[in-house]
Ligand binder design. Structure first.
Ligand code: FMN
Length: 231
């Protein structure tokens, strides 16, 4: 699939971690296919996760009352969002597929990645009111969560313990990404890599690379509440 463009938003501190290996495998496989791959390595970039006034160049539109979302919307329209945010928006704009690679932190994403979502997916760029879900501005793109957990698959499938892992994906996949229009490809979940044998760890990386061989043939999930909460 030469010509396809992929952005990998990667949040791990250690290049030799399972997350680092999964990211590397994706870069290799997709590049071999002839895709154009860009990686946002958030820790290496020292990415700023906080949503503050520093995100807007010039005077704020309402100096008496600071409202981040409104200021971000205004700054987006005027072209005065901070450079790091604009660069990430440009990478998304140029991508057909955005892969998020991260370790699960407290049933969600690490703070540095949460900050990326907070700052980059601003109103005007990713959505508007109206202009969300199927009318979200990123509707011609796909998104895929590829993550690792500390807990084993058995722990996650014991509903009385934590509930089906799909419940956890409702906020991120539906509330954030689908809200902005993204088509959602099924998640790639690697359970408990830290407690897996070396051969099992190698298989986790290999099966991710194999999935990516046919990623462009995949259909998105039906991102409605039934995917998450039924059966
Ligand atoms: N593992 C879980 O299964 N559920 C969690 O909610 C969870 N929260 C975490 C929060 C923090 C702050 C940290 C540091 C780890 C947490 N973990 C949790 C464990 C990590 O997900 C796990 O160590 C990681 O996915 C392993 O991948 P790695 O070897 O690439 O680091």
């Amino acid at each position: 699939n030469p010509g396809k463009r992929v952005l990998i938003v990667y949040a791990h501190q250690m290049p030799t971690s399972m997350n680092g290996s999964l990211k590397d495998a994706a870069v290799t496989e997709l590049s071999n296919q002839g895709c154009q791959v860009t990686v946002s390595d958030l820790y290496s970039m020292n990415f700023e996760p906080r949503a503050t006034r520093q995100d807007f160049l010039g005077a704020s539109s309402n100096s008496e009352f600071f409202n981040y979302a409104e200021e971000a919307h205004e700054a987006y329209k005027k072209g005065c969002l901070s450079k790091d945010v604009v660069e990430e928006q440009k990478k998304i704009q140029e991508a057909d597929l955005v892969i998020f690679q991260f370790p699960m932190y407290w049933l969600s994403v690490p703070a540095i990645l949460k900050g990326w979502l907070d700052r980059v997916l601003c109103k005007g760029f990713a959505f508007d009111i109206p202009g969300y879900f199927d009318k979200g501005f990123l509707k011609d793109k796909s998104a895929l969560l590829s993550f690792t957990t500390g807990g084993t698959a058995e722990k996650y499938f014991q509903k009385e313990l934590r509930g089906d892992i799909k419940y956890i994906l409702w906020p991120l996949q539906h509330g954030v990404l689908h809200f902005c229009g993204f088509q959602i490809l099924r998640p790639q979940i690697n359970f408990a890599p830290e407690h897996a044998s070396e051969s099992k760890r190698k298989e986790m990386v290999a099966s991710w690379a194999r999935r990516l061989e046919t990623i462009w043939d995949e259909k998105p999930i039906n991102c409605t509440s039934s995917w998450y909460f039924e059966k």
